[in-house]
Write a protein that binds this ligand. Structure first.
Ligand SMILES: *Cc1c(COP(=O)(O)O)cnc(C)c1O
Length: 349
């Protein structure tokens, strides 16, 4: 079976061996306040920083999911906040924020127009952006984020769940980045990373809202000892460390993913019954491709692919019926893309 599902997604094949190594190492039975665990956390953070090009002065915390990270941000920063969204994940984030912080506002933008920040005024102290909208295969690229960083002095929080580990992000261009690991990291589900700048931590200290076990302040206090607020997913931290050790680094991975995206989008020109959902190449995600077609065709296409042992991602939210989604994550091999293309040539030309 070849899966292109955008989460949970294909695991790196090495995970099988790492699982046995984790068991044999004994780390899974160590308490999370021991030096053994603290060393694992420290090594994992150092590897993440070097392999993903994360500035030295950012802190990395472990949470349970990207969904939890949405809440952590609203709980920690009870300030006027603006959330930009063009798809389901961004909208869910905004809805979760509103429940916790009544001063949360939404700014919807069209999938075909790209991020529009005209409404971003001085009154906001935090903004939320989904860098890679997994539901519709759009993204906000580094230069747009860099431009925002120059303009906006408050906290910039970025959901990069389906892109961190796959493309090169300019981490210095925002204060908070978070991602769960079952997408680009090729790991089992059940953990997320949260990467915070010194300004994000400073702002949390000024607000002093230490009301929940997973406030930024609580996460940070524990982090200073390489500990966690609660018993974490030690297995996934171990697996993440192993995956980072084997990683060739984000520059090379980014090049590969970008190359495969260009190749695949070009390839879709040859298909009559499927086309990229978004026309503007600058707005298309590099890591999740959304392809649109007639709803009845999409339905039969998914079944026909399944018969060939290929799993394509279902459409999501308002695009459920008339799109499929194809993950372009690092764990997926070029050969698997060649197989997918040859099947699509038969089925969708
Ligand atoms: C998958 C996804 C989430 C949710 O991740 P969980 O680990 O299920 O909480 C949030 N945001 C984006 C952009 C996603 O792709």
């Amino acid at each position: 079976m070849i899966t292109f599902y955008p989460g949970p997604s294909k695991l790196f094949p090495e995970i099988k061996g790492y699982l046995a190594e984790a068991y044999d190492s004994g780390i899974l039975s160590f308490n999370h306040r021991t030096t053994e665990f603290m060393l694992l956390y420290k090594q994992c953070e150092a590897l993440l920083k070097s392999k993903l090009n994360i500035p030295e002065d950012y802190a990395i915390y472990f949470c349970s999911s990207a969904t939890e990270c949405w809440e952590v941000i609203s709980q920690s920063y009870n300030v006027p906040s603006l959330y930009f969204y063009n798809g389901s994940f961004g909208e869910k984030w905004f809805n979760s924020a509103k429940k916790i912080n009544t001063r949360s506002f939404g700014n919807h933008f069209s999938v075909d127009a790209g991020l529009n920040t005209d409404n971003l005024t001085e009154q906001y102290e935090l903004i939320g952006i989904v860098q890679n909208e997994t539901s519709n295969g759009t993204h906000v690229n580094n230069s747009v984020l860099e431009e925002l960083r120059n303009r906006f002095k408050g906290i910039i929080a970025v959901d990069c769940t389906s892109s961190l580990g796959g493309i090169k992000l300019n981490i210095a261009a925002a204060d908070i980045w978070f991602a769960s690991v079952q997408k680009c990291f090729g790991l089992p589900s059940g953990m997320a990373l949260m990467i915070c700048s010194p300004s994000a931590i400073q702002k949390a200290k000024e607000i002093k809202s230490n009301r929940y076990y997973n406030d930024i302040l609580a996460l940070h206090e524990n982090y200073l000892n390489y500990q966690t607020t609660h018993t974490p997913n030690i297995l996934n931290i171990y697996l993440l460390k192993k995956v980072m050790e084997q990683s060739e680094g984000i520059d090379k991975i980014n090049k590969h993913i970008h190359h495969r995206a260009v190749d695949f989008y070009n390839y879709t020109d040859s298909l009559r019954r499927l086309k990229p959902m978004v026309a503007d190449p600058d707005l298309r995600s590099q890591t999740v491709f959304a392809l649109q077609g007639d709803a009845a065709f999409i339905n039969s296409l998914k079944e026909d692919l399944r018969k060939q042992n290929i799993i394509a991602g279902n459409g999501y939210g308002q695009w459920k019926e008339n799109t499929i989604r194809i993950a372009n994550f690092p764990a997926i091999k070029d050969e698997e893309f060649e197989i997918l293309k040859s099947e699509l040539t038969k089925l969708a030309r």
